[in-house]
Write a protein that binds this ligand. Structure first.
Ligand SMILES: *[C@@H]1O[C@H](CO)[C@@H](O)[C@H](O)[C@H]1NC(C)=O
Ligand SMILES: *[C@@H]1O[C@H](CO)[C@@H](O)[C@H](O)[C@H]1NC(C)=O
Ligand SMILES: *[C@@H]1O[C@H](CO)[C@@H](O)[C@H](O)[C@H]1NC(C)=O
Ligand SMILES: *[C@@H]1O[C@H](CO)[C@@H](O)[C@H](O)[C@H]1NC(C)=O
Length: 489
């Protein structure tokens, strides 16, 4: 059996029969599923990069004693055998339970080379041989992906390049000599090409693996938070998709606190509500919960409001008839509101948006002679909804205030009628707090992606407790070439 057919058959058997092991209850809260369409896209990029890495590849010299008509025995040396171009006729990628199999068939390689003829006497001639092409070339490889301590390892299980057909296009010259070269060197040239390309495959996969291994396990989000992007469990390969999961939870920077009690099985389906998308990224609501906890613990859920559109509200004079004690104790003093979350916001993914509710303490401070004097505290239960959007590689949101309820926690200025200060809270929330938070949300949270890739035509789908981004991917080769020239060179 031809070696190549053997490789193909071995791959198929491997793909369809090997048992694979899906770990349950993995702590993966962001999952990515690459569909057939996505694999096809990745395959085309890989082949393009592969061709770039093979073009200009110089194969080793071939030297041979041949019987040359009319001349007799001579030593012929083929040197500077260079692959000038590769054309790929068709290619395919198949994934299965234990591997991804990529096949390029009917490829043609164009070569150039020099030849040198050494006669037993002294004559030596160097000449450039015209175009030489190797046709009917098949290239195949099977890789597997494994999790190795939180990073992905790309394992090359099998690979090969087989030249089934050789054709030589002559460009002038002595045809008898070319015929000699064809007859004597055909097999050598074919195996030199096979070897050269095989070596490049193994080298290329090695570099790709290095690139994967160099992906960070933690990404800093800002001074307070980092996102754990360690891979969790082994990738799940099936005949329609490749799924990976990352931990995806926020942790406090430099604290190393590992969040507990988050457990969820990895989602594998690549279904996107009927949309033919390349990838599907699912984010569990625990990701938002962990972020909420980190920022709460870091004391970041606090803001001071000392400016309002109606600035008069922030002066005790405005309140002299409504809260006479306040004006009596602090006549004509400016005030500020200290808004501070009293517990981490509760965030839930719902059917159409993300729900958030938060309990905040609004402390009314009087500013007197450079001193901040808290005079009353109102506890407010706020709930809102957030619609999520993806713009390029960032997820951002828009918050809408749904309702709030308030009660007086304590007061040093006598009894306050909540109904009287509802308007104060309402004004503060609607004109300052929500617009401020929306400004922050608009900055967005960068989704973990590999440089050079960008999301395109993303759709958001809600599958509580998951929020899912179904998207195509675009790839900027320029970026890739400048940033990762090591891979293609
Ligand atoms: C390229 O593919 C087409 C169909 O897929 C086939 O007919 C043709 O012979 C192939 N050419 C080569 C050079 O393999
Ligand atoms: C994928 O595998 C399942 C069973 O494991 C089978 O039912 C299905 O037809 C396969 N799909 C393709 C496209 O091969
Ligand atoms: C990151 O996630 C991995 C996988 O869940 C876990 O083993 C590791 O402890 C986490 N690291 C931190 C700093 O939370
Ligand atoms: C705001 O209030 C919180 C408690 O409600 C307090 O811990 C914090 O120090 C106050 N901040 C300022 C600037 O007054």
């Amino acid at each position: 059996m031809a070696p190549f057919i053997r490789l193909v058959l071995a791959s198929l058997v491997l793909v369809s029969t090997s048992a694979y092991y899906v770990q349950q209850n993995e702590e993966g809260f962001i999952s990515g599923v690459i569909s057939d369409k996505g694999l096809d896209f990745a395959k085309d990029i890989l082949i393009e990069q592969g061709i770039v890495s093979v073009v200009q590849l110089q194969l080793p010299e071939i030297e041979k004693s041949v019987q040359v008509p009319f001349i007799g025995n001579a030593k012929v040396v083929l040197s500077e055998i260079t692959i000038k171009d590769i054309q790929v006729n068709s290619s395919s990628v198949v994934s299965g339970e234990s591997g991804i199999f990529l096949l390029v068939s009917g490829a043609t390689a164009d070569l150039t080379m020099n030849w040198r003829l050494h006669l037993v006497t002294v004559l030596s001639r160097i000449e450039t041989l015209g175009a030489y092409s190797v046709e009917g070339m098949q290239v195949g490889l099977t890789v597997d992906l494994r999790n190795e301590e939180g990073t992905l390892k790309l394992i090359l299980l099998d690979y090969g390049c087989y030249v089934t057909d050789l054709s030589i296009k002559l460009e002038g010259g002595a045809s008898w000599l070319y015929q000699v070269l064809v007859d004597a060197f055909q097999g050598n040239i074919a195996s030199a090409v096979e070897q050269g390309i095989s070596d490049k495959i193994s080298e290329g996969i090695g570099k790709l693996d290095t690139l994967l291994q160099s992906l960070p396990k933690q990404i800093s989000v800002d001074n307070f938070a980092q996102l754990n992007v360690s891979f969790v469990g082994n990738p799940i390969l099936s005949n329609t998709s490749v799924a990976v999961a990352i931990n995806g939870l926020f942790t406090e920077r430099n604290v190393g606190l590992v969040p507990q009690g988050y457990r969820k099985e990895l989602q594998v389906s690549s279904a996107c509500g009927g949309l033919p998308k390349m990838i599907k990224v699912s984010i569990h609501e625990n990701v938002f919960k962990s972020a909420s906890l980190v920022y709460f613990n870091a004391g970041k859920m606090q803001m001071i409001i000392d400016e309002l559109p109606n600035q008069a509200i922030l002066n005790t004079a405005e309140w002299r008839f409504i809260v006479p004690q306040l004006y009596k104790q602090y006549p004509n003093d400016d005030m500020q509101l200290n808004i501070s979350a009293s517990s981490p916001p509760v965030i839930l993914v719902d059917k159409q948006d993300v729900r958030a509710s938060v309990l905040v303490d609004i402390t009314i401070d009087v500013l007197e002679a450079g001193e901040v004097i808290p005079v009353a505290c109102i506890s407010v239960d706020i709930s809102g909804s957030c619609s999520v959007d993806i713009i390029r590689n960032k997820i951002n949101g828009r918050l809408k205030l749904q309702e709030f309820s308030a009660y007086l926690k304590w007061s040093k200025i006598g009894k306050l009628h909540i109904s009287l200060i509802q308007s104060l809270i309402s004004t503060a929330l609607k004109t300052v707090v929500v617009p401020y938070l929306n400004l922050e949300l608009k900055k967005g949270l960068a989704l973990p992606t590999i440089d050079g890739f960008a999301f395109q035509n993303a759709n958001i789908l809600y599958y509580p407790p998951w929020i899912t981004v179904c998207t195509d991917v675009s790839y900027s080769e320029d970026y890739y070439l400048t940033q990762h020239s090591a891979y293609v060179s």
